[in-house]
Structure formats: structure tokens, C-alpha cells
Design a protein around this ligand. Structure first.
Ligand code: ATP
Length: 442
């Protein structure tokens, strides 16, 4: 059944935020100074999860294809870049100030405002607030030395288009891809990491002949949904939304969002856009460098068209966490908190747990052996049930128990997180057994 607007996520945001802090996935930046709004730090589990998301995207979008090249551009670009892209002039949200509580709000999100004195609210007229974060380059702080932290990762890909195409000897259709930080001075950062001021994007700009823009838009629209489904998102939590004609940028032919059902409702995690030839034309105009190509058959010049896929690392990570977190009733009446993170993305893929500290020497040897191939964790403290629960909360798909029999027969017990079933297998065969179960989807 198609998901509806009033569908509800089974997760409570406060439970997720608490677990993320408790287990060291994600917590406020500068916590001991009271935090800084819109900025987040990733702890040992969070950084592994985020890196696995990025590795999966890179494998699917860059390494696994011969028509896409990777790029890693600087965060600060020539300021003309942002004039050409339209960001200096247009990248703004409407903002109002409340004269009573002295807080600032996005004028288009006033329904959810957090004014501390809602009854006496007194708003100023809305004015436009540019979201780019500014800095100065070099010793002087004047207009000539003003630069911006990039608000999206795609513009440098257009700027680098000609250089990389020639260096990599690519012909149309082909793409440039990048994963990197982006910064937006959001008026109201909120919903945990969903709307942050510093975040990462994974973007592909795919250049095509103008006659092929529709077919490539369709291709990437399908391909990107396949990626999200491979992250474990089912039809009840994932949907797409095509932009209405009046939502489209003036240069865009089509745009669709991929939306996820968060505890705070359906929200965009990815945008797939047909950007036409707007970006390359503007950078040609502003730089004075011709970025057009020549049709090999007709010898006519043309500007390639661009299909873009743009997904946020934080929003994807948050969606994975929301999709994974469940409270489950056990047969003995207890409940367990478990993170059903897909095994290939799990921050710890295997935990080695000796049944007794006396077995530590052999169990440690096994953990060290596994660690050369998998993110492995060793824990000998506390009773085994508690150690299983801890790994359930961390999302570890396999726990391996080394017991007194293991010393004799070289067999270990593997406990699977989701089903909690246990299987006895040979320690020697363990690495191969895990290898078969922990790979990325092709
Ligand atoms: P929104 O309308 O929610 O502000 P957007 O349409 O401005 O998002 P895009 O400019 O299309 O977003 O950026 C592409 C992707 O980058 C988004 O789908 C999202 O995953 C991510 N992204 C954008 N802004 C933020 C942010 N402030 N914090 C975290 N991720 C973001």
C-alpha cells in the first residue's frame, strides 16, 4: 500500500537522540560549553556508520561505474563561483524577528516556531536572509577579500568540468561526483542532525546530450531509489514526490525528491534534478571560458545538460537510525532496545565475547584476527546477557561467544542480532562465514 501523509514513524525522536548520545553515535558539538546550535559531533560508532554510508554511495556511484569520475574540491572557491550560480543574489530564506522574545524565525515555518511568549509575539516584516557562511581570505577584512564556505558541493564540479573531462578522456554521457562538507547558515537548525549548519552532501552531476535529458533523468530517478531500498528502507518509509511546475527553478525541466518518514513527518533526504544547461552556461559567461562541447557528427556546438542527484549524509544516517531503532518484547517479558542497522553498514560488525575472563587469551586472539578484516570489538566485562544487549543497541549484527568447549573443539557460538538465533561454527571458518554475510549490496 502506498504510504500516506498521516503515516507515523514507530520511533520517538527523544529515544533516538538519547541512545545516540549514550552509545556515542552523535552528540552536540562543544557539549561542555553548552553546545553550538546546528553543529554535531560523531563519536566512535557515528563516524563508522557515516563512513560506511559514504563508502556505499562511492562504490555505487563512482567506483562501480566507468562513466563517473570522482572529485574532491576545496571548500572555499573563487567568490565569482557563487555569483555565477546565483547564490549571492538568491540563496536566502525569508526571516522575521520577534520584538518580544528577540528570537529569529523562518517566515515560512512560523507554525512550528518556538517563541517563548507565543501570546505576545510581535513579528517584524519578513526580510531575506542569505544562508551562505562568509569568511575573509588573507590579512584584510573587506569586500575584496570576502569568500564563502560552499553551500553545496556541486558548483565546483561544474567549474572543474572541462579539466576533468579532458584529463579522464570522458565522452558524453558521463558524470562527476563528490562527497564533501557544505555549510548553510540555517535560520532554525532543528530535528537533530536533519537540518544542520554544517553537513555533508554526496552529489553527482551527470552531463548528457540535450536530446537525452529525459531518459537520463528517469534512469537516475530509478537508480537512486534502488540505493535507498538497499539501505533497508521499505515502501512504508520511503516515497518520492515530483515537484509541481511552480516549484521548479526557472531553468529546471523536472525535479523529484526522495522522502523518508521521520518521527517529525515525511521529509526530503535526496533531490534528483534536471538542471538543464544553466550551470555550465553561467560559469562560461562569468569565467569567460567556453565550456560547451562539439557534436562529433554534426560538428555543432552545444552545452551539455545536467542531471543531478544530491543526497545528504546526515539525513541518510538519521533515516538509517530511525529505520533501525526498535523496542522489542522478549518471550521472558523483558524488552530489548535494538538497532537493526543493515549488517554492511554496522559500525561494529562482529563482537567477540568470552564467556569468562579466564578464556580471554584465546578470545582476544580471535578478535585480533577478525579485526584485520572487519570492524571487530572485544568485550569481556559483565554477564553475557548484558553484553548482548549492549551490542544490540550498537547495532552489531553478530556476536561470537568463546566458551570452555571452544578451547577443546575450536568451535564458537555466533548469535545473530535480529533473530537472536545461535549457531555453532568452527572458529577457523568464521572469517569466511562473516565475509559472505557482511558485503555491500552489488
Ligand atoms: P530543504 O528544503 O530541506 O532545506 P534543500 O531542498 O534546500 O533542503 P538541497 O539544496 O536540494 O536541499 O540539498 C540536497 C540535499 O542536501 C538535501 O536533500 C539534504 O539531504 C541535504 N541538506 C540540505 N540542507 C541541509 C541541512 N541544512 N542539513 C543537513 N542536510 C541538508
Amino acid at each position: 500500500m502506498a504510504p500516506t501523509d498521516d503515516a507515523k514513524s514507530p520511533v520517538r525522536m527523544e529515544d533516538l537522540v538519547a541512545l545516540c548520545a549514550r552509545r556515542g553515535f552523535i552528540f552536540q558539538s562543544s557539549e561542555i560549553y553548552g553546545g553550538i546550535n546546528g553543529f554535531w559531533d560523531y563519536g566512535p560508532l557515528g563516524v563508522e556508520l557515516k563512513n560506511n554510508v559514504k563508502a556505499f554511495w562511492w562504490q555505487r556511484m563512482v567506483r562501480g561505474r566507468d562513466d563517473v569520475e570522482g572529485v574532491d574540491s576545496s571548500i572555499i572557491c573563487h567568490p565569482r563561483t557563487w555569483e555565477a550560480s546565483g547564490h549571492v543574489e538568491h540563496f536566502s530564506d525569508p526571516m522575521v524577528d520577534c520584538r518580544t522574545c528577540k528570537k529569529r524565525f523562518r517566515a515560512d515555518q512560523l507554525d512550528d516556531r518556538q517563541c517563548s511568549r507565543p501570546d505576545d509575539c510581535d513579528f517584524t516584516e519578513a526580510k531575506q536572509f542569505n544562508l551562505m557562511l562568509r569568511t575573509f581570505i588573507g590579512a584584510s577584512e573587506d569586500a575584496a577579500s570576502t569568500a564563502y564556505l560552499r553551500p553545496e558541493t556541486c558548483q565546483p564540479l561544474f567549474v572543474d568540468f572541462k579539466r576533468v573531462r579532458e584529463a579522464a578522456r570522458q565522452k558524453l554521457p558521463f558524470g562527476l561526483a563528490q562527497i564533501g562538507k557544505a555549510f548553510r547558515n540555517e535560520i532554525n537548525p532543528r530535528n537533530f542532525i536533519f537540518r544542520s549548519r554544517e553537513f555533508e552532501q554526496m552529489e553527482l552531476e551527470y552531463f548528457v546530450h540535450p536530446s537525452q535529458r529525459e531518459q537520463w533523468f528517469e534512469y537516475w530517478f530509478e537508480e537512486r531509489q534502488r540505493w535507498h531500498r538497499d539501505l533497508g528502507f521499505g515502501d512504508d518509509a520511503l516515497r518520492t514526490r515530483a515537484h509541481e511546475p511552480d516549484e521548479l527553478a526557472h531553468y529546471a525541466n523536472a525535479a523529484s525528491d526522495v522522502e523518508f518518514l521521520f518521527p517529525f513527518g515525511w521529509q526530503e533526504i535526496e533531490g534528483i534534478h534536471d538542471r538543464g544547461d544553466w550551470d555550465l552556461s553561467r560559469h562560461s559567461e562569468f569565467s569567460g571560458k567556453d565550456l560547451s562541447m562539439t557534436d562529433e557528427e554534426t560538428k555543432e556546438k552545444f552545452m551539455p545538460m545536467v542531471i543531478e542527484t544530491s543526497v545528504g549524509v546526515e539525513r541518510t544516517t538519521l533515516a538509517i537510525l530511525c529505520n533501525a531503532l526498535r523496542e522489542e518484547e522478549l518471550e521472558n517479558g523483558e524488552t530489548r532496545t535494538v538497532m537493526h542497522i543493515p549488517a554492511f553498514l554496522a559500525p561494529i560488525q562482529v563482537a567477540v565475547l568470552p564467556l569468562s575472563k579466564k578464556l580471554g587469551e584465546s578470545a582476544r586472539r580471535l578478535a585480533e584476527d577478525l579485526r584485520r578484516r572487519f570492524p571487530a570489538f572485544y568485550d569481556e566485562a559483565g554477564n553475557i546477557g548484558r553484553r548482548y544487549r549492549r551490542q544490540d543497541e550498537c547495532g552489531t549484527p553478530f556476536c561470537v561467544t568463546w566458551d570452555f568447549d571452544s578451547e577443546e573443539d575450536g568451535q564458537v557460538t555466533v548469535r545473530e542480532r535480529d533473530s537472536m538465533t545461535q549457531e555453532r561454527i568452527s572458529a577457523e571458518a568464521l572469517a569466511g562465514w562473516l565475509f559472505e554475510r557482511l558485503g555491500m549490496p552489488a
